[in-house]
Ligand binder design. Structure first.
Ligand code: AMP
Ligand code: ZN
Length: 470
């Protein structure tokens, strides 16, 4: 039975999708104003492992991951400047050029990390009509009000506003209301903006649209609510994002969506913990925001980083260091070598790796791990145990670990045979033949030569020793 820890109920729950045909999954995507660091990448890989787990267990998944390209304000610096504008000013480009640039880098990096692409990749700026539609409903239903500066959602009207994080609203006010706390007409400091007008401190906003209430741009939270509704429906099976989103962004998404749609917004809320560096959250401000390009520049393959991510549970913090990455890279290399060795054996015995050869004992253990709130570190341990079990035939081992790898995504099927290397078995025969030659027993040496040839290898004696060809 597949179980997930649901942030909303604070317990592990059996997963039951709304429809048996398809699981709807919304993942809060990147704000595309800068290169995402490997902490951001951890969130995407954690999401990918859950999606792959669902697919492995037979569910069809419809995954939507948005790009935020307007409305996400820097709340703790510059007093709420739009992040895209900040990027545009920094690089002398338009916000859309910035979005295009960083969206491509993001896609390149998550592809290198072998994450399954999202089925739907909506940009907020392509969904302004839907956002305005939702704000209109909220105004009509009395959940929103307008001031000279913005349109706000009134949190006191939301049913059980703090249910997701259980936060103390009084404590949260500063954060939730920071965007427009300076608006004297705001009724409650915790009310959050749905639409900012092109006035006041946003009078020079670079990206604005007409709306029935005046020119402006959307708040960040309403974007996800509108896109989730448009692409996945009023109620979504799973919604995932970084843990810091629970008390503000996701709390606000629930309030808006449930007020506008009149039904439960999300059945399962999943949150991943952060990647740390020096024991604090990896972040640009901490000077630790390493990019995947830096990882590659240090000669680590992106899959080594993926392997590193597999070693910690998504709800645990994980501490990054270059030493830890080096250890992960070494483990991955060891795994690849083991696969290579097994592939040689399979080739020599001319057997085919067949899906029917999956070892059910280990498969059972693997499924138990991934069904238990996506316990990937445990699943990885089962894969290692399978690889090391020499009671299994090479075919069975390979078929089983390749099956597991459809969840773990380490591209084990792509491990190439080393064409220049002579398989151990052949080398042993060559060494043996040489011993007979050394004592002048050419008849015995020729018999071994024949055996080597039967295995598909040709040997030539040269002044420099034996040359082997395939
Ligand atoms: P942002 O571009 O700032 O909106 O962040 C994009 C995503 O990256 C969000 O879902 C954050 O939760 C996530 N994120 C940011 N920093 C980290 C970190 N150090 N570890 C894991 N996820 C992070
Ligand atoms: Zn979101």
């Amino acid at each position: 039975m597949l179980k997930f820890y649901n942030t909303l109920t604070r317990k592990k729950e059996v997963f039951k999708p709304i429809s048996e045909d398809e699981v709807t999954f919304y993942h809060c995507g990147p704000t595309v104003y800068w290169t995402q660091h490997i902490g951001n990448m951890r969130g995407v890989v954690m999401n990918d492992l859950i999606v792959r787990t669902l697919e492995y267990l037979g569910y069809k998944v419809k995954l939507a991951r948005n790009y935020t390209d307007v409305g996400h304000l820097t709340s703790d610096e510059d007093e709420g400047e739009d992040k895209l504008e900040k990027g545009a000013k920094r690089e002398g480009k338009t916000p859309q050029q910035i979005a295009d640039k960083y969206l491509k880098i993001f896609e390149r990096d998550v592809t290198a990390l072998n994450t399954r692409p999202a089925d739907i990749k909506p940009r907020a700026t392509d969904n302004i009509k839907e956002i305005i539609g939702m704000i209109r409903i909220l105004l009509d239903k009395g959940y929103a009000y307008q001031t000279d500066l913005a349109i706000y959602f009134t949190v006191l009207k939301a049913k059980d506003y703090t249910k997701l994080s259980g936060q103390n609203l009084a404590k949260n006010i500063a954060e939730a209301g920071k965007g427009e706390a300076s608006d004297p007409d705001k009724k409650n400091p915790a009310d959050f903006a749905l639409w900012f007008f092109k006035t006041g401190k946003h009078k020079n906003a670079m990206q604005t649209w007409e709306s029935p209430w005046g020119k402006g741009f959307p708040g960040w939270h309403i974007e996800c609510s509108a896109m989730a509704k448009k692409y996945l429906g009023d109620t979504v099976d799973i919604h995932m994002g970084g843990i810091e989103h629970a008390p503000v962004h996701h709390t606000n998404e629930i309030a808006q969506s449930e007020a506008a749609n009149g039904v439960k917004f999300v059945n399962y809320w999943l949150h991943n913990e952060h990647l740390l560096a020096n024991d604090v959250k990896m972040a640009k401000s901490a000077g630790t925001a390493y990019s995947l390009a830096e990882v590659k520049a240090k000669k680590y393959e992106p899959l080594a980083l993926r392997y590193f991510f597999l070693s910690a549970h998504y709800r645990s913090k994980q501490n990054f260091s270059w030493e830890a990455l080096a250890a992960a890279a070494a483990s991955l290399k060891k795994m690849q070598n083991k696969i290579r060795e097994l592939k040689e054996t399979v080739k020599l015995s001319a057997e085919k790796i067949e899906a029917t050869g999956i070892n059910e004992h280990y498969r059972g253990q693997f499924i138990a791990a991934i069904e238990d709130d996506n316990n990937i570190p445990q699943a990885l341990a089962v894969l290692w145990e399978t690889l090391k079990d020499d009671k299994l035939t090479a075919d069975e081992t390979l078929a089983t670990v390749f099956d597991f790898d459809s969840v773990l995504g380490l591209e084990l099927t792509k491990v190439k045979l080393d064409k220049t290397a002579v398989p151990k078995k052949i080398q042993a025969l060559i060494d043996n033949r040489q011993k007979f030659r050394d004592v002048g027993d050419f008849a015995e040496a020729d018999k071994i030569r024949e055996k080597i040839e039967q295995l598909g290898y040709e040997i030539k004696d040269t002044p420099n020793g034996v040359v082997v060809n395939k």
